[in-house]
Each structure stands twice: as structure tokens, then as C-alpha cells.
Design a protein around this ligand. Structure first.
Ligand SMILES: NC(=O)c1ccc[n+]([C@@H]2O[C@H](COP(=O)([O-])OP(=O)(O)OC[C@H]3O[C@@H](n4cnc5c(N)ncnc54)[C@H](OP(=O)(O)O)[C@@H]3O)[C@@H](O)[C@H]2O)c1
Length: 251
């Protein structure tokens, strides 16, 4: 740390929740290591936040070994990170039995492999420095039947289980672990070619949140002791009761 303010590493910082984490952490952080593939977006965010924080863009595809290696190197050279936010994610959409296996494996590499690599790289530094914060972004889908996003849902369920165990292991090192489980959030994730078959308009308005309150709920919950954080009251109900029951209660 170059002053008393912490350093954060945020993956998926070029859009949606990751970009919002950078904005909401800017006042608090001396440095934010911002990772994504789209350099122009990261540069624009760097310019927007200049004067508030030092944003270091790291252009990396976290579904590849090279991209993860570049990010771990950045964590060592620009960090170490006091706050690690494993947020980058995407999903395929459709029947797993007809999907392109390589695309499904990229979902796993991005959400599971990259998360494990970055947590493993960050934790020794956090231990040495007497503490830290790790946020793994999962989904309320971790608790639902994720038909048509089976691999994505499986990864999110892994992140919930992993985060709970990790918190139990790291609590005595003053390292706080959170697994954020957002519901439908207005970002770019549903705008990819994979989601052509998904009609956003069919999902009731009550299920949607903006990125800003989701991130605010995540950061406010840090340190409150809960590993699993479901932002917004509707997502708690969704996780407990399932989609069909929730939709009936909204009618
Ligand atoms: N939006 C929702 O409804 C929702 C609900 C539940 C959970 N989530 C979770 O929230 C997290 C953030 O998603 P979002 O909704 O903010 O989506 P988004 O707007 O599409 O943003 C995704 C971010 O991940 C980055 N990314 C994607 N593939 C990458 C790769 N291979 N390497 C590096 N970065 C990559 C993207 O940057 P580049 O394209 O520039 O690489 C982008 O910055 C994800 O883990 C998602 O699963 C979202």
C-alpha cells in the first residue's frame, strides 16, 4: 500500500457489477487492479476515476492460462491485494446436451479455475499483512434449478460451497470471505450472442435490480459475518422458495 488505503483487485471490471465495484471502492482504495479483456473500457474507467483512485488496467482473458498468469503477476507487482473480487463471469444458454463443450469449459475456467488461482495467490499476502477481504460473485441461481444454464449454475453452487469452507479456514487470519448471490441484474450479461433465446422482457420487473444497489449491498455486508449475501428482499425469497412459487406470489 502506498498510503493507508487498501489495494483491490476486481475481475470483470469493464462492465456491469465489476465496473460498479470499482466505482464504489474508488474513494476507499489507493489502487484498484482492474481486469478484463476490453482495454478501451478499462481505460475509460481509469480516466473516470482518476483523482479518486489509481486504477491499473490489466487486459487478460481469465479463461486462459496466459490471462490468469498475467493477472497473478499484476497482483504481485501492483499489489498485493487487500481486497479480491472474483466477479468476471458469463454463461452459455441452452440445453447442455446440444451445447459446444469448449464454451461450457470456458465458463468453468473463468468462474472456477481463475477464482481458485487468484484466491490461492492472494491469501498468503493477506495472511502476512494480517487480514483481507475476498468476494466471490456467484448467483441466486446457485440455489435454483438452472435448466439451460446448467454449467453456469453448477459453477455458482461451487462458489457458494467453496466460499463457506474458505471462510471457516481463514476466519482466524482475519480474512473475511463473502459469496455475493445476485438475482437478475441490469448489466450486459444477457446481451451476448449466447442469450439470443432468452427473452428478458418475460421476466417480471420485480425480479430485476440495478448494479449499483447490488454492489452497495455487498460492500455494506462485508464484516457482518454472513458468507452468503443475497441482495434485495426478492432474491432471498427466490432462493428459499424457488422461481415458480415466487412468480405465483407476485401475481
Ligand atoms: N447480471 C445478472 O443478472 C447476474 C445475476 C447473477 C450473477 N451475476 C454474476 O455477476 C458477475 C458479473 O456479471 P455482470 O452481470 O456484471 O455481467 P457483464 O455486464 O456481462 O460483465 C461481465 C464482466 O466479466 C468480464 N469477462 C467476461 N469474460 C471474461 C474473460 N474470459 N476474461 C476476463 N474477463 C471476462 C467482462 O469483461 P470483458 O468482456 O471486457 O472481458 C465484464 O467486465 C458474473 O459472475 C455473473 O455471473 C450476474
Amino acid at each position: 500500500m502506498s498510503d493507508n488505503r487498501p489495494t483491490a483487485l476486481v475481475t470483470g471490471a469493464s462492465a456491469g457489477l465489476g465496473e460498479e465495484y470499482c466505482r464504489q471502492l474508488a474513494e476507499r482504495c489507493d489502487t484498484i487492479i482492474a481486469v478484463a479483456r476490453r482495454e478501451d473500457r478499462l481505460r475509460a474507467l481509469q480516466a473516470e476515476l482518476a483523482g479518486t483512485t489509481r486504477l491499473v488496467p490489466v487486459v487478460a482473458d481469465l479463461a486462459t492460462v496466459e490471462g490468469v498468469t498475467r493477472t497473478v503477476e499484476a497482483l504481485r507487482q501492483q499489489g498485493p491485494a487487500d481486497i479480491l473480487i472474483n466477479n468476471a463471469g458469463f454463461s452459455t444458454f441452452g440445453d447442455f446436451g446440444r451445447s459446444v463443450l469448449e464454451d461450457e469449459l470456458r465458463v468453468v475456467r473463468l468462474q472456477i479455475d481463475a477464482t481458485l488461482e487468484l484466491v490461492r495467490a492472494a491469501v498468503p499476502f493477506m495472511r502476512e499483512r494480517g487480514g483481507g477481504e475476498i468476494i466471490n460473485v456467484a448467483s441466486v441461481g446457485a440455489f435454483l434449478n438452472m435448466k439451460q444454464t446448467a454449467v453456469y449454475g453448477g459453477c455458482k453452487a461451487f462458489l457458494v460451497s467453496f466460499s463457506r469452507a474458505l471462510q471457516a479456514e481463514l476466519a482466524s487470519d482475519n480474512i473475511r470471505v463473502q459469496c455475493l448471490c445476485p438475482g437478475l441484474t441490469r448489466t450486459e450479461i444477457h446481451d451476448t450472442a449466447y442469450f439470443e433465446g432468452f427473452d428478458k422482457a418475460r421476466m417480471p420487473a420485480e425480479l430485476w435490480m440495478d448494479a449499483a444497489p447490488v454492489v452497495a449491498a455487498s460492500l455494506a455486508a462485508l464484516g457482518q459475518g454472513e458468507v452468503v449475501v443475497l441482495p434485495g428482499s426478492v432474491n432471498g425469497q427466490l432462493a428459499r422458495e424457488g422461481l415458480q412459487q415466487l412468480l405465483q406470489s407476485l401475481q
